[in-house]
Design a protein. Structure first.
Lengths: 354, 126
């Protein structure tokens, strides 16, 4: 039975496209297989089959997508190597070109906000909202990691040259745009976040900036893990190296609360401890009771040492004002409370999970 | 997958056997993929079923070894087809493979025709 809208050209194009999308066929290979399908269909039609039936038999005879991909893959090894280079080039442009353009645009944005709103509440609100959106955008990279990689994989398989060339656009825009931008607005380089004279803006900026290494670390350390991005995947049985780096990033997050200019040192220490509390809670919650303590101790050690050494040095400079005991106490207490709470909730939920 | 009605041929065995078969076909005249497959099918009386598409990677491999040469030509139907022709190196390769296969074939026959030992204890311990 032939479907009334069957089109042989489209059907052959579609089938060869399926094989080609696997990335092991050259253009010449695809043309050769296409010719073969036409020849085969033509002969089958001559012996009485409908065009659609003939096409289906021809497809069965030529072999399935997996088999042909495998066999062509053996003789087209250079295609595989070229694909690796395509990924490398696209990767370089993604991690250099795109951030360069984004950061240049952010500079213009800061400059524009300061020019029109100076240090007003509106400016503070816009800046904080912008940083929150930026953090959400950065974390959505983790969430959509699979979709992004599938998109790149498909594009490289279909039109590698086009997408490698396109990936250079942000890099070129960044190089050309930056020189033009600084020529036209020479004062642009001077507009740092401090011109807004707001602790909240500076704090949200620090969070936004620190979310980048956090996301990069999460991407690196989830390479060997299956499944999409979930907190469980990141915090479940982390390596010692991840814990040390994670501890360092958390210390930076926590230390950035100092720019908030809290009314007194106790509030400042509490704000500082919130980050350690959250991290300790997540590490404990997503690990078994036996390894949770080890994980918490390793990740805390970096912050503890930094607070102790850098804090004491700062206290010595300040003379008569000793803040280090407050921050160290906040760190230890928040890690302890986070750990206990994590254990408690973990134990409470355990029976239902089993 | 390569399947024969009489014997199911191992994929690797068939892949290695395909090259000399193609060389033999191309010894007589230039040909293209579909025609080569048809000839193989005709000569085995339809008993040889090859996943037809797997012939092309073999042709590519043979071309990279300079045993055959491919060229795009327009057929009578107006469609472009890649025609393959045997090279001097290919002829030499065919002769070598032909004599090697005959040698192995003879050896197999000789070994096959040896009487099967009925003894259950091949080694006696004294």
């Amino acid at each position: 039975m032939e479907s009334s809208n069957f089109n042989l050209d489209n059907a052959i194009l579609g089938y060869i496209g399926l094989i080609k999308n696997q990335g092991s066929l050259t253009g010449s290979d695809a043309d050769e297989l296409t010719g073969h399908l036409y020849d085969s269909t033509e002969v089958l039609v001559k012996i009485g089959l409908s065009e659609q039936e003939a096409f289906m038999v021809a497809c069965k005879r030529i072999g399935n997508v997996e088999l042909l991909t495998e066999e062509y893959g053996k003789v087209n090894m250079s295609l595989k190597h070229n694909k690796i280079w395509a990924y490398l080039l696209i990767g370089f442009n993604m991690f250099y070109g795109i951030p360069s353009v984004v950061f240049a645009l952010i500079s213009i944005f800061y400059w524009g906000i300061f020019r029109y709103f100076q240090t007003s509440t509106v400016a503070v609100f816009i800046m904080v909202a912008f940083h929150v959106l930026f953090i959400a955008g950065i974390f959505s990279l983790l969430r959509f990691k699979r979709q992004i990689s599938c998109f790149i994989e498909n594009k490289v398989a279909q039109k590698p040259l086009k997408w490698v060339a396109l990936s250079f656009l942000p890099t070129m825009c960044s190089v050309l745009g930056r020189s033009l931008m600084f020529k036209r607005i020479p004062s642009l380089e001077r507009y740092t976040i401090r011109v807004f004279e707001s602790g909240l803006v500076e704090f949200s900026f620090n969070l936004a900036a620190l979310s980048i290494p956090f996301v990069v670390l999460s991407m690196i350390f989830s390479i060997n893990r299956t499944g999409g991005f979930k907190l469980k995947n990141l915090f479940d049985k982390p390596s010692a190296l991840l814990l040390i780096l994670f501890g360092f990033v958390i210390e930076l997050f926590a230390a950035s609360t100092r720019v908030l200019q809290a009314p007194n040192i106790v509030v400042q220490a509490v704000l500082f401890g919130i980050f350690y509390f959250t991290a300790s809670f997540l590490l404990t919650y997503y690990n078994r009771t036996s390894s949770a303590m080890r994980a918490v101790l390793i990740f805390t050690s970096i912050g503890f040492l930094l607070e102790l050494t850098v804090g004491i040095m700062a206290d010595m400079e300040r003379v008569n004002r000793f803040y280090t005991p407050f921050f160290v106490t906040a760190l230890v207490a928040s890690v302890g409370v986070g750990h206990v709470l994590g254990l408690w909730i973990f134990n409470k939920r355990k029976p239902t999970e089993c | 997958m390569y399947v024969c009605d009489m014997v199911e041929l191992n994929k690797d065995f068939m892949a290695s056997a395909l090259a000399p078969l193609i060389l033999i076909i191309l010894r007589r005249q230039e040909s293209y993929g579909y025609q080569i497959i048809q000839e193989l099918k005709d000569k085995t009386g339809g008993e040889l079923h090859v996943a037809e598409g797997t012939l092309y990677p073999v042709l590519k491999k043979m071309e990279s070894k300079n045993w055959i040469e491919g060229e795009w030509k327009k057929s009578d139907s107006g469609r472009a087809r890649r025609y393959y022709v045997l090279t001097g190196k290919g002829k030499q390769e065919l002769e070598e493979q032909y004599s090697q296969m005959n040698f192995i074939n003879d050896l197999i026959k000789k070994l096959w025709n040896l009487p099967i030992s009925t003894s259950t204890t091949p080694f006696s311990v004294t």
